[in-house]
Write a new protein. Structure first.
Length: 629
C-alpha cells in the first residue's frame, strides 16, 4: 500500500559526525560490512538467559502459618484474575458447565462412559469416564490429563492407568487435549492461543477451563468423594497438573510427571525446558515462578516425578532440586513435610511407564486408601483404538483462531483520552523501558558499534557515511541488517547517512536455539518482545540525535515495521519520520492470516489490538510523517 499520513516535518540542525568520513560504497562493500559479525554468536542468548533469570520472582520470607495462608490465597487470586481470566475470559469463568453423556461401553471390571462438555461458549471437548463396575459408596476421583502425545486419549499407557484405577474403585476421568487425538486440528495448535492474547483475552483460559470444568463434571458424580481428588499426567499433562492443582484447592493430591521446572532452570536448560505458549503464559512470572506453584500445593499430598534419562525435558538431575528447596519450608511450616515427595525414574526416555505408574499407585494408596493401600500391579488391559474412543462434537466447534476472530471484530476499543494519555497506555501495553546507550567501537571498523542497552542487551550497528551527508536514517529489516544491501544503496546514492541495526530477535540478535521460546519467556516474566525491540530502536535514535539531530526510521518488513511505528509513537523527540516498506496493513493480520506465535512473537503483544491499530499508532506519531509502502 502507499498511504501517506501527512504531518508537519520537524526541522533540525545537521550534526557533525564523530566518525571518519567514508566514500560512497559499492554494493559488494556494503554487503561485506553488513555481514561482518559484531557480536558473539551466542551473545544474545546468554544476555537473555541472565536478564530473564534475574527477573524470576524469589520465594517470599514467610514466618508463620497465618502469613503463608494469607499470602497463598492472595497469590492464587492474583494469578487467576491477572493471568488466567483476563479480558473476555472473566465472563467465561462464571458460565455454568454443560455436559452431555453419550455411549457406555461395558468392560472387564469397569465400564467406559463417553461424554462431551463445554469449556467456554461454543467450544466443546470429548472426554471419558472409566467407572468401576460396582459402586456403593463415595470413591476417589483421579483427573488424568494428557501431554503432547499425538494419539491423545488412545495412548496405551493412559488407557492402562485409567483402566487400573477404575478396576480398583476409582473414578478415572480423561479428556482430549487441544491439538491431540480427536482434537488434532490446526485451530487448536497451542501456538495459536496467542491470537487470543493479541485481543486482550487470555489464551491460557481455555486450557485452565478445560481442566476446571472436567473436575466440575467429575464432582457431580453421585459417588465422587470431594475429599479425595487427584490430578496426574505426563509432560504437558504434568504442566496441567501443577498449574491447576496449585490454583484449585479442591485437588487434594497432585502427581505431575516430567512436566515443569523453575523459570530459572528453563533459562539455564533452554534446549530441554523452555515450554510452549501455554507453559509460558503471559505475565505468570510477574506473580509467581513454578517454585511458588509447587509451594502452593502445601500441605496437600504431592509427588514430583521426573525421569533421569529424559530425552525431552525436565530431567530429574536438574529439575527436582530447586522445586524441593523452594517448597519444603512451606510444607514444614504447615506441619506436613512428609507430604512432599519426589521420585526419580531410571527408565529410558520421557515416560509415564510402569515404574512411574506403580509409584503413583503406591502414593495414591498411602493417602487415599490408608487402611488397605492400592494395588500397584496392573492386569492385562483391553486397550481400544483411537477410532473406538472418538465421539461426535457440535459443529461448528470454536477453536483458538475462531475465538480470536470473533473477539477482534470490534477492536480496537475507542480511547477517549489525550495523545499523551494514549502514549502512556501504549507504554503500559508494551512494557516500555527507556534504555540508555553505551557505545563501544566494534573491532577495526571505525563505523561499527556495539550498543549496550542498560548493560542488559547489546545491539550491533553499522554506519555508512560520506562527504556532504546530512541527518541520519536508521534502518532495520525483518531479514536482518546483513540482507539490507539493496535497500541501503539508494539511500547512500542520495547522500544520506545510514545506520543499520539488528534489534532483539533479528539478524545477529536472533537466538540460535528455540528462539521464539525466549520471546515467550520475556512475556511470561512481565515484559514484551515488542517493547524490548521498540525501546532499543528508540534508544539508538536518541543516541544518534546527539550527533546528527532527529533521525528517520526506515523499516523493511511487517515485523520491523511495527517495531519502528511503536518506537516513533513513544519516542517523540529523536524520531522525525517513519518510512515503512512491506508493512502490516492492520494489526489484525496475525489473526486474519491465522499465524502462529512461532513466526513473529512481537506481533502477538498482549492487548495491543484491544486499544491500537496502525491508524491509532500513526496518530501518536503525528504531526511527524508516516508512510507505508
Amino acid at each position: 500500500m502507499g498511504t501517506i499520513i501527512a504531518g508537519m516535518r520537524v526541522h533540525f540542525r545537521a550534526g557533525i559526525s564523530l566518525l571518519t568520513m567514508l566514500p560512497v560504497l559499492g554494493a559488494a562493500s556494503i554487503e561485506s560490512r553488513l555481514s561482518q559479525p559484531l557480536l558473539n554468536s551466542k551473545e544474545t542468548m546468554v544476555e537473555a538467559q541472565i536478564y530473564l533469570a534475574s527477573r524470576v520472582q524469589p520465594m517470599p520470607p514467610i514466618r508463620d502459618r497465618d502469613e503463608w495462608e494469607k499470602y497463598a490465597a492472595g497469590l492464587r487470586g492474583q494469578i487467576l484474575d491477572n493471568v488466567v481470566f483476563r479480558g473476555e475470559a472473566a465472563h467465561w469463568r462464571n458460565l455454568p458447565v454443560k455436559v452431555e453423556w453419550l455411549d457406555t461401553i461395558p468392560a472387564n471390571g469397569y465400564r467406559l462412559r463417553k461424554f462431551r462438555y463445554q469449556v467456554l461458549p461454543g467450544l466443546w471437548l470429548p472426554a471419558l469416564l472409566y467407572e468401576p463396575a460396582e459402586l456403593k459408596a463415595r470413591v476417589p476421583v483421579v483427573i488424568n490429563v494428557n501431554g503432547h502425545e499425538g494419539e491423545g486419549m488412545a495412548i496405551p499407557y493412559i488407557q492402562q492407568r485409567c483402566i487400573h484405577l477404575a478396576r480398583n474403585g476409582v473414578l478415572a476421568f480423561n479428556y482430549e487435549w487441544y491439538s491431540k487425538g480427536q482434537m488434532n486440528l490446526k485451530g487448536y495448535s497451542h501456538a495459536r492461543m496467542n491470537q487470543l492474547d493479541l485481543t486482550g483475552t487470555s489464551g491460557l483460559a481455555p486450557f485452565f477451563l478445560a481442566i476446571q470444568h472436567l473436575l466440575d463434571v467429575a464432582l457431580t458424580h453421585p459417588n465422587a468423594d470431594p475429599t479425595r481428588v487427584a490430578v496426574t499426567g505426563l509432560s504437558g499433562g504434568g504442566w496441567q497438573t501443577i498449574l491447576f492443582s496449585a490454583l484449585d484447592p479442591r485437588v487434594t493430591l497432585a502427581a505431575p510427571v516430567a512436566g515443569y521446572s523453575s523459570f530459572v532452570t528453563r533459562t539455564q536448560f533452554p534446549v530441554q525446558d523452555l515450554g510452549d505458549s501455554e507453559q509460558t503464559p503471559v505475565d505468570l512470572g510477574r506473580y509467581a515462578d513454578y517454585t511458588h506453584l509447587t509451594a502452593l500445593l502445601a500441605p496437600r499430598a504431592s509427588l514430583l516425578t521426573h525421569n533421569a534419562f529424559d530425552n525431552c525435558c525436565f530431567r530429574a538431575d536438574y529439575a527436582i532440586g530447586p522445586l524441593l528447596v523452594a517448597a519444603q519450608p512451606f510444607f514444614a511450616l504447615l506441619e506436613h513435610p512428609e507430604r512432599l515427595r519426589y521420585h526419580a525414574n531410571f527408565d529410558q526416555g520421557h515416560n509415564y511407564g510402569e515404574d512411574n505408574r506403580q509409584t503413583f499407585y503406591r502414593f495414591l494408596g498411602e493417602f487415599f486408601f490408608p487402611s488397605g493401600g492400592f494395588p500397584d500391579q496392573e492386569e492385562p488391559s483391553d486397550l481400544r483404538t483411537p477410532e473406538a474412543l472418538r465421539m461426535p462434537l457440535p459443529e461448528p466447534n470454536e477453536d483458538f483462531h475462531t475465538l480470536a476472530e470473533r473477539l477482534s471484530e470490534k477492536l480496537p476499543r475507542p480511547l477517549a483520552i489525550s495523545a499523551a494519555e494514549s502514549r502512556e497506555k501504549l507504554r503500559e501495553i508494551v512494557r516500555w523501558t527507556d534504555y540508555r546507550v553505551t557505545a563501544q567501537p566494534a573491532g577495526a571498523d571505525s563505523a561499527a558499534w556495539r550498543l549496550s542497552m542498560n548493560g542488559n542487551w547489546t545491539v550491533p550497528a553499522v554506519e555508512f557515511d560520506s562527504d556532504g551527508a546530512t541527518g541520519a536514517t536508521l534502518v532495520l529489516g525483518d531479514a536482518g541488517k546483513a540482507k539490507l544491501t539493496t535497500e541501503i544503496q539508494p539511500l547512500l546514492d542520495r547522500r544520506q547517512r545510514v545506520i543499520a541495526i539488528d534489534p532483539f530477535y533479528f539478524g545477529e540478535c536472533r537466538i540460535e536455539t528455540r528462539d521464539y521460546l525466549y520471546a515467550l519467556l520475556i512475556s511470561a516474566l512481565g515484559e514484551r518482545p515488542l517493547g524490548v525491540q521498540a525501546a532499543q530502536v528508540a534508544a539508538v535514535a536518541r543516541w544518534l540525535r546527539q550527533k546528527f539531530g532527529p533521525v528517520t526510521v526506515e523499516s523493511f518488513g511487517p515485523r520491523t515495521g511495527l517495531i519502528a511505528l511503536v518506537a516513533a509513537a513513544i519516542e517523540t523527540g529523536a524520531i522525525r519520520e517513519v518510512k515503512l516498506h512491506q508493512g502490516l496493513a492492520t494489526l489484525r493480520e496475525p489473526i486474519e492470516r491465522d499465524m502462529e506465535v512461532t513466526a513473529a512473537p512481537e506481533l502477538f503483544c498482549f492487548g495491543l489490538l484491544e486499544w491500537f491499530d496502525l491508524k491509532q499508532l500513526a496518530a501518536l506519531v503525528a504531526p511527524r510523517p508516516v508512510s507505508n509502502e
